[in-house]
Design a protein around this ligand. Structure first.
Ligand SMILES: [Mn+2]
Length: 312
């Protein structure tokens, strides 16, 4: 049997859905965790899987080392990660290729499977980039696909928001179910647009995000710091909404985890910040423009100060 461990967002779901075959088991880590907790590792052990596939999520090296001790591990991804020994990586980004040419894990998977003319392949891209995909060299591919299928970017963004409402509200079981539902659907676009539960959740989440964006913020030079206190996992969306492309946006949410704060940065170069967070021993990851980290509540203030010092 094969286990697919995937990110909880649209790209992770679309990628896993393309890879999914009858009989596979698919799971997401606990939403917000970029690692597996001990009980999750235990369950992977007990599953006696022949193969573990990790998709669109940069799990921390400690987790990856535990997985490779359990079974054969393969990774499909487009995040900056450090390789762990004896794992097969299908990740053009760590081979030095351009982010714009490999805009999503769904595109990595689709290329690998020779299935690039696929709705889920493109929806994963839109999930990760939203509108900003317009300014990339990838856009003509997406445009061509949308023309052929009478879709537009606004509609595709809406579908990604509908899917993402499930993880933002914290429903891990629904996230996992979505992989199978989309896999089995003859017309995934229609399926998404007609799901009333998901659409209702999207509205609820939009209210929460609106509240957070309007919340007061601190400014230090070209850095915007926004502290929120939300039980929902909306930190990356809030950062994306505030970011205009030039400044650094730091969003902190200490309302999601019991003992930890989520710290999310969007800015010109997040790579040194990821390295700094990892050096400090925190769970952290990201891409060229983003860093996400989980930091103990009592260390959060100091951590944000360090970020400010590094980017100002
Ligand atoms: Mn992704």
């Amino acid at each position: 049997m094969r286990l697919i461990i995937h990110h909880w967002d649209t790209d992770g779901i679309c990628s896993a859905s393309m890879l999914y075959e009858e009989g596979d088991i698919n799971v997401s880590p606990k939403i917000g965790n970029y690692f597996l907790e001990d009980d999750e590792i235990e369950r992977v052990k007990n599953g006696e899987y022949d193969e573990i596939v990790v998709v669109d999520i940069a799990l921390n090296p400690d987790t990856m080392k535990k997985l490779v001790e359990i079974s054969k591990v393969k990774v499909f991804d487009h995040h900056h990660t450090t390789k762990v020994e004896n794992i097969e990586y299908i990740n053009p980004i760590i081979e030095g290729m351009k982010e714009e040419e490999w805009p999503s894990a769904s595109w990595v998977v689709a290329t690998h499977m020779n299935k690039t003319d696929n709705f889920l392949a493109f929806l994963g891209v839109v999930g990760d980039w939203e509108d900003r995909i317009k300014n990339t060299s990838f856009y003509p591919f997406l445009e061509g696909f949308m023309k052929k299928h009478e879709l537009n970017l606004k509609k595709m963004c809406e579908m990604a928001y509908i899917i993402d409402a499930n993880y933002k509200i914290g429903d891990k079981a629904e996230v996992e179910k979505t992989v199978r539902l989309l896999h089995n659907s003859v017309n995934p676009a229609d399926f998404i647009m007609s799901n009333r539960l998901w659409k209702k959740r999207k509205m609820k989440i939009e209210e929460e995000i609106e509240k957070a964006v309007e919340n007061e913020e601190k400014r230090i030079g070209r850095i915007i710091i926004k502290e929120i206190d939300s039980p929902y996992n909306i930190i990356s969306t809030v950062a994306r909404k505030i970011w205009k492309g030039k400044e650094y946006v730091v969003v902190v949410n200490c309302g999601y985890f019991k003992d930890d704060c989520q710290v999310y940065v969007r800015g010109k170069d997040a790579i040194p910040l990821i390295k700094m967070a990892l050096t400090k021993g925190y769970v952290a990851g990201g891409k060229k423009n983003v860093m996400g980290a989980i930091v103990p509540k009592e260390k959060c203030k100091e951590f944000v100060e360090k970020i400010v010092e590094m980017v100002k």
